[in-house]
Design a protein around this ligand. Structure first.
Ligand code: ZN
Length: 590
């Protein structure tokens, strides 16, 4: 296959020329501020007859705000020292906050519309397509306390709720993990220490695990306070609103039923025994009786294949072309039109992301490409996100805010196409084993590690309802959850995981765990269908992506996949598909 030569830096000038000193960008921000003022007035004088007009205005403003914030985020990611961009980001944050307040005010108005008027409104042609999201906004507002009380909760939450999460974050920044390396005492940051868990030398991992535990134990009283208080605040608000289950909010945020969640975990629990065969084999290969938690992500081989950016891009395009023409053409365009910032250079932010410029109907991908196969899969992953945004182009903005559990559908899907191909074309058996293991590790993460977090969190909240939960009890709940989630396959567990895992302290997103397992399996299920149906599948796939933010996940699956998510079938198929890798791994490592 011949493709053009691709540049590995992105083009942001097509949006606003001149980076953080761009004239046109400054003008754009001023325009948005004017738009917001007008929007505020229209909401204040809102009448039912003006709904269409107000929603039209909403559409335009949200797109512009997203566009402006995408631009400044891209600038900062590409150069963390860009002071001008940092300054602009402050302005954009204010615009964002203002927009949120106005949307809250709009919701308050929606709630006041009486039932009959509301029903006849939604029957109108112009609102039909927005029926689900409009009903949802109204229902969510109705589910809460009266508007003035919610306002009070929101303002008290700044220092009484979110502050606990902030305290945790600043505390983590100061934690030092003390280890001895080649006889020299060293103080590692949390992030540095974490990298040592994938070190090939077991002594290094073991020593770091010991120091890691000590470091978290030293802070566990303070961290337990933070966790207890933020959970206490959350439970108190739920009680005031009359919400009985701690899962109500996360399930509602993800537009899914409790039944679906229960079925998913049940199927995983019934099948994950297969993963213990992998863990046991890995222990054997490492010369151990049983793995400890700190051995789970240890590497089996040290070798790594390298691909240039061009080779990586060509490989992705070639694999995508076996799935469908639209994804392929889209991806080529993204490479050719410089939608991707991949250059390996200093001063860039770590990690990867994909961001949408909705006014221009384009996306930008950020990452640092250094030639590893994991870079290739990150690139495919982010291209999947961009394709999702592309599929949603033309969908009304209100119907484009997908929840976390479907946010990774297209990215995981794209990653899977490439990961499977990589295994198939591995240059030798060693490489094949390591690529397979990479895939299996995802299942270990989603079915075991994240399951442990879910079990812990549900049990912790039950305990918390009765009163403050002590450090000893937290340790105990954590180990119990891990033992259960890992089917007792490990030798040693991580009792301080509740303290070291930042996800338990994110106040914006309660239960930052099950949506990811859902997303992985949902994507796997679609992928299995795609493999069965071949290249004709793409139209169906795009239709599904378009609908990801305008219905419940149960309806989405029924409409586009013809399956019932509250039943086992779909989950069975998806879980079994992922476990095929384990069989192959066991065969190759016999
Ligand atoms: Zn992603």
């Amino acid at each position: 296959m011949t493709t053009k030569t691709f540049q590995d830096t992105w083009d942001l000038d097509v949006f606003f020329e001149g980076g953080s000193s761009s004239e046109s960008y400054h003008t754009y921000l001023s325009e948005i501020k004017e738009d917001l003022k007008a929007f505020e007035q229209h909401i204040a004088s809102f009448k039912v007859d003006n709904l269409e007009e107000v929603l039209g205005e909403y559409e335009t403003i949200v797109k512009k705000v997203v566009q402006s914030s995408a631009f400044v985020n891209c600038l900062l990611a590409a150069d963390v020292r860009d002071k001008g961009a940092a300054q602009l980001q402050g302005q954009v944050a204010q615009i964002h906050a203002k927009l949120q307040v106005l949307l809250g005010a709009l919701d308050d108005k929606l709630v006041t519309i009486d039932e009959d008027t509301w029903t006849s409104l939604l029957e109108k042609e112009e609102f039909k397509v927005l029926e689900y999201v409009l009903n949802e906004r109204r229902r969510r507002a109705n589910d809460k306390l009266p508007a003035d009380q919610e306002k009070l909760v929101t303002s008290l939450a700044v220092d009484g709720y979110h502050a606990w999460g902030k305290l945790y974050n600043s505390l983590v920044g100061t934690i030092k993990v003390k280890v001895k390396e080649n006889g020299v005492e060293k103080e590692l940051s949390v992030g540095q220490a974490q990298n040592r868990f994938s070190d090939g030398n077991r002594e290094v991992r073991k020593e770091v695990a010991k120091a890691w535990k000590e470091a978290w134990e030293n802070q566990s009283d303070t961290i337990a306070s933070a966790l207890n208080h933020l959970a206490g605040f959350r439970l108190q608000v739920y009680e005031q609103r009359g919400w009985e289950s701690v899962l109500k909010e996360p399930l509602d945020n993800n537009r899914m039923k409790q039944e679906t969640l229960d079925t998913m975990w049940q199927v995983i629990t019934d099948h994950k025994g297969t993963l213990t065969k992998y863990l046991n084999r890995k222990a054997e290969l490492l010369g151990l009786e049983k793995l400890s938690m700190y051995d789970v992500s240890a590497p089996l081989t040290a070798e790594e294949t390298k691909l240039s950016y061009q080779e990586g891009a060509d490989f992705i395009i070639e694999q995508f072309s076996k799935f469908g023409p639209e994804l392929t053409e889209f991806t080529k365009k993204a490479f050719e039109d410089r939608w991707i910032e991949a250059e390996d250079r200093a001063g860039k932010r770590p990690g990867g992301f994909c961001t949408s410029f909705p006014v221009s109907g384009q996306s930008r991908i950020f990452m640092t490409y250094s030639g590893t196969l994991s870079n290739v899969s990150t690139l495919a992953h982010e291209l999947g996100h961009a394709f999702h945004q592309h599929a949603m182009h033309g969908v009304p903005t209100l119907n484009r805010f997908y929840a976390s559990n479907v946010a990774e559908t297209a990215s995981t899907f794209a990653e899977m196409i490439v990961a499977d191909a990589a295994v198939k074309y591995a240059k030798d058996e060693k490489e094949k084993i390591s690529l397979l293991e990479d895939k299996i590790q995802r299942s270990v993460a989603f079915y075991m590690n994240i399951h442990a977090r879910f079990l812990f969190e549900t049990r912790f909240y039950e305990e918390r309802k009765k009163g403050l939960v002590s450090v000893e009890k937290l340790n105990e709940l954590m180990v119990e959850a891990q033992k259960e989630a890992y089917c007792g396959a490990l030798d040693e567990y991580d009792s301080t995981f509740w303290a070291s895992k930042m996800h338990f302290f994110i106040t914006q997103v309660p239960f930052y765990n099950f949506p990811y397992t859902f997303g992985y399996l949902f994507s796997l299920g679609i992928y299995s269908q795609a493999l069965e149906e071949g290249t004709n599948y793409e139209d169906k796939y795009i239709a599904l992506l378009k609908d990801t933010a305008s219905m419940t996940v149960e309806d989405l699956a029924k409409k586009h996949l013809g399956v019932d998510l509250t039943q086992r079938d779909f989950w069975e198929k998806a879980v079994k598909k992922s476990l095929e890798d384990v069989e192959e791994f066991l065969e190759l490592t016999k």
